[in-house]
Design a protein around this ligand. Structure first.
Ligand SMILES: Nc1ncnc2c1ncn2[C@@H]1O[C@H](COP(=O)(O)OP(=O)(O)OP(=O)(O)O)[C@@H](O)[C@H]1O
Length: 236
């Protein structure tokens, strides 16, 4: 277990000289389902970016599988098993769906795996990225990251701007991905209800730090915590 633990200790990080995350400590165990909830600007994306090495680390340390990430380049973190699906949907618009997937195949990953999870992508495999709907682009972005075989899958607001039916399909895929308990899934989401239904543990973020951490069930039972700390949409 410990060899695939992700640990952040007293991390302060940001963009250039700016500090966004402040003294943040967190660990994510193999197979864990963690939801990250917070208002706009709370630092959720910055947290994922910091795990991937896309920010400047001003203080503290990060470790994965017992190895220090502090000075490790993003592509090497990806090679170690950390995979990010960014909020911006990471696809090549001028390449077909199939070419997009082939460009990030790693190890024994196969196109068929991606198509089994997302049958829609198989139907659209010869279409260019720019011809896809928003939901299809998100599916492709997720599938591209999965082709790198991540052991820790970081999802940055994957439901944003998508129709409810697509959100349901994507949540079912995340369930499928988390089901065998080997891959950790970290879900940053404004849709607090969906995130709480999926996660076992939740962190609430505000002003670049963790203001509450605990079982998802606690926040489902007592929604005042959500309102107090982040005020995001969930019925009391
Ligand atoms: N590239 C950047 N350069 C400088 N500051 C940035 C950059 N990206 C984000 N920030 C700032 O960092 C803070 C946290 O932003 P971040 O995107 O991590 O928040 P978030 O919780 O993910 O919000 P959202 O839900 O809006 O995506 C904000 O004040 C934002 O303006």
């Amino acid at each position: 277990m410990a060899d695939r633990l992700l640990e952040l200790g007293n991390v302060t990080a940001g963009y250039g000289p700016t500090h966004v995350l402040r003294d943040l400590s967190l660990s994510v165990a193999p197979g864990e389902r963690l939801a990250v909830i917070g208002r706009n600007g709370a630092g959720k994306t910055t947290l994922l970016n910091t795990i991937m090495g896309l920010t400047r680390l001003h203080g503290g340390h990060l470790r994965y599988g017992g190895r220090s990430l502090d000075r490790m380049a993003p592509h090497r973190r990806n090679g170690l098993g950390l995979g990010l699906v960014p909020q911006t949907r990471d696809i090549f618009p001028s390449l077909t769906v199939e070419e997009n997937l082939l460009s990030c195949l790693r190890g024994d990953a196969t196109l068929e795996e991606a198509y089994a999870l997302f049958p829609r992508l198989k139907e659209r495999r010869r279409n260019g990225g720019m011809q896809l709907s928003g939901g299809e682009q998100q599916m492709l972005s997720i599938a591209r990251t999965l082709m790198t075989r991540p052991e820790v899958l970081l999802l940055d607001e994957p439901l944003e701007g998508l129709a409810p039916v697509i959100c349901e399909q994507l949540m079912a895929v995340f369930e499928e991905l988390a089901k065998d308990g080997t891959r950790a899934v970290v879900l940053v989401e404004q849709h607090a209800e969906a995130a709480l239904a999926f996660a076992t543990r939740v962190i609430l973020m505000a002003n670049g730090t963790i203001v509450h951490e605990g079982p998802a069930g606690d926040l489902i039972a007592d929604k005042t915590l959500l309102h107090r700390h982040v005020g995001v949409g969930i019925d009391p």
